[in-house]
Design a protein around this ligand. Structure first.
Ligand code: GDP
Ligand code: IMO
Ligand code: MG
Length: 451
């Protein structure tokens, strides 16, 4: 069977932790979209791993695949693999030959576009991770992208660079009116010869280490052999380019449908399996865009947000930016459950909400005098939504390790009521409850691989 893990909110819901948790029962873990904008944390016995490209099954030694739907910065990938090797792991990672490559000019362009948007004071910068994700997907759609397979064929690589690079150069110089020359990194990023030398060498390493695969064919064969496949979504539903808060989104589809497109395994394989939405028990957002339940109304709310941020360690894994904090938003979860067809959810960070004086959940919005229960399709309308809150009972601090060991009934009663309220509202069963970052700090109600 397959298990697809999807972020239900705005990223950083704790997907890595659950992929690690259930990755022990999988034979292959596949990333199907995104790139090194992701930062997935796995904590095993107090030892923390932060993974951007290496799929989170690596800590358990499970084979990881970067599917054709991913955009891959091979330099980040090698650095991450080398770092993990130094730490005693031996990650087995393969990359789809159809996946697109993030080139140095994509990163430069990501930065330039964000700066230009920031300068015009229209508030339209996205707050990207600066990893070149958007510009790479643009080139993919524009049919001028460079794929992993091209790195293995130096002549093809040169041809593609000779087509793409002058266009990028013209974009920087003629559209943005900026200088490229100067002998610095920026100049190298637009130099065909320098790029060719660097990326042909990367191709050689990929080939030498046998790291590239025909993803669809590979996964099909693994499935035929009876292997279990876990799809590891990155980012989250509300920053999905189709279903999220456009334009404050990433440039791929984190939602479950992309597991098929981004890996080459049929929709029936994905649809036959389990699709588990990962939910943070409150909200965090890194980057720009609306957040109706944000705790930023007055000094008390800001102090509460600070407490939650500190306790939950809510600082971006990739960029270190402080994450914005809000109450759980059910309209957002209803949308996420529908778009991906969740068969279950895992609710994380229940420990972080312990010991609060008040606890709210947004059950719907008021917009232009009407009550609505789902997220409007435009940023302009979402921004004007006033959350309607339910107040729930709070719970006291508890011993996470003891609760995880004893099971669901050992959770404080008010925490169970909170979880059951959420499960009812989105009509989806709870498979797991996170009570801390460590692999052992998860209360498991259902292991999707046993279903
Ligand atoms: P991802 O991008 O969805 O994989 O999530 P991140 O790793 O970016 O952010 C989640 C953070 O919360 C990480 O530091 C995790 O170690 C941590 N985490 C995950 N689950 C829990 C939980 O249940 N409780 C607490 N306190 N931390 C958690
Ligand atoms: P994981 O997988 C949270 C956000 C960025 C920005 C927007 C676009 O760890 O949950 P991009 O660099 O993708 O073009 O930025 O998306 N973003 C994330 N936020 N978690 C992530 O990944 C994210 N990846 C991108 O902050 O708002
Ligand atoms: Mg993250």
């Amino acid at each position: 069977m397959t298990l697809t893990i999807v972020g239900s909110q705005l990223g950083d819901e704790g997907k890595g932790a659950l992929v690690d948790r259930w990755g022990g029962d999988a034979d292959v873990v596949v990333r199907y979209q995104g790139g090194d904008n992701a930062g997935h944390t796995v904590v095993e016995g107090g030892v923390e791993y932060k993974l951007s490209l290496v799929p989170s099954g690596a800590v358990r030694g499970t084979t990881g695949i970067l599917g054709n739907g991913c955009v891959v910065n091979p330099k980040t990938l090698f650095t991450e693999i080398d770092d993990l090797r130094e730490r005693g792991l031996d990650p087995d990672v393969r990359v789809a030959r159809r996946a697109h490559v993030i080139m140095p000019y994509h990163r430069v362009l990501d930065g330039i576009e964000e700066e230009v948007k920031a300068d015009d004071d229209a508030g339209d910068e996205v707050g990207t991770t600066g990893r070149g994700i958007g510009p790479t997907y643009e080139d993919k759609a524009g049919r001028r992208g460079i794929r992993i397979a091209d790195l293995l064929a130096p002549d093809v690589l040169r041809e593609k660079l000779e087509y793409a690079v002058p266009q990028k150069r013209a974009l920087v110089e003629d559209v943005y009116g900026l200088e490229i020359e100067g002998g610095d990194d920026r100049a190298e990023a637009f130099d065909v010869d320098a790029l060719h030398e660097e990326f042909a060498a990367i191709g050689e390493r990929l080939a030498d280490e046998g790291m590239t695969v025909n993803c669809s064919d590979y996964l099909h064969r693994r499935r035929e052999a009876g292997d279990e496949i876990l799809f590891e979504g990155a980012q989250g539903t509300h920053i999905d380019i189709d279903h999220g808060n456009y334009p404050f989104v990433t440039s791929s589809n984190p939602t479950a449908g992309a597991a098929s497109v981004g890996s080459g395994l049929g929709v029936t394989a994905v649809g036959d399996g389990e699709v588990v939405g990962i939910v943070k028990a409150y909200l965090s957002r890194v980057g720009e865009g609306p957040l109706p339940t944000e705790l930023d109304g007055d000094a008390d709310e800001e102090a509460l947000a600070d407490d939650i941020r500190e306790k939950g360690g809510e600082f971006g894994t990739v960029t270190g930016r402080p994450r914005r904090i809000g109450w759980l938003d059910l309209p957002m979860l209803r949308h996420a459950a529908r778009v991906s067809g969740f068969t279950g959810v895992a609710v994380n960070h229940v420990d972080v909400l312990a010991g609060l004086d008040e606890l709210k959940v947004c059950t719907g919005y008021e917009l232009d005098g009407e009550e609505i229960d789902t997220v409007p399709t435009t940023t302009e309308r979402w921004e004007r939504c006033e959350p309607v809150f339910a107040e729930l009972d709070t719970w006291a601090e508890f011993d996470s390790a003891a609760v995880a060991e004893a099971g669901y009934d050992a959770l404080p009663e008010a925490a169970r009521e909170y979880l059951e309220f959420v499960a009812d509202e989105i009509d989806t069963p709870i498979y797991a409850v996170g009570v801390g970052p460590d692999r052992e700090e998860t209360v498991e109600l259902t292991n999707p691989f046993d279903e």
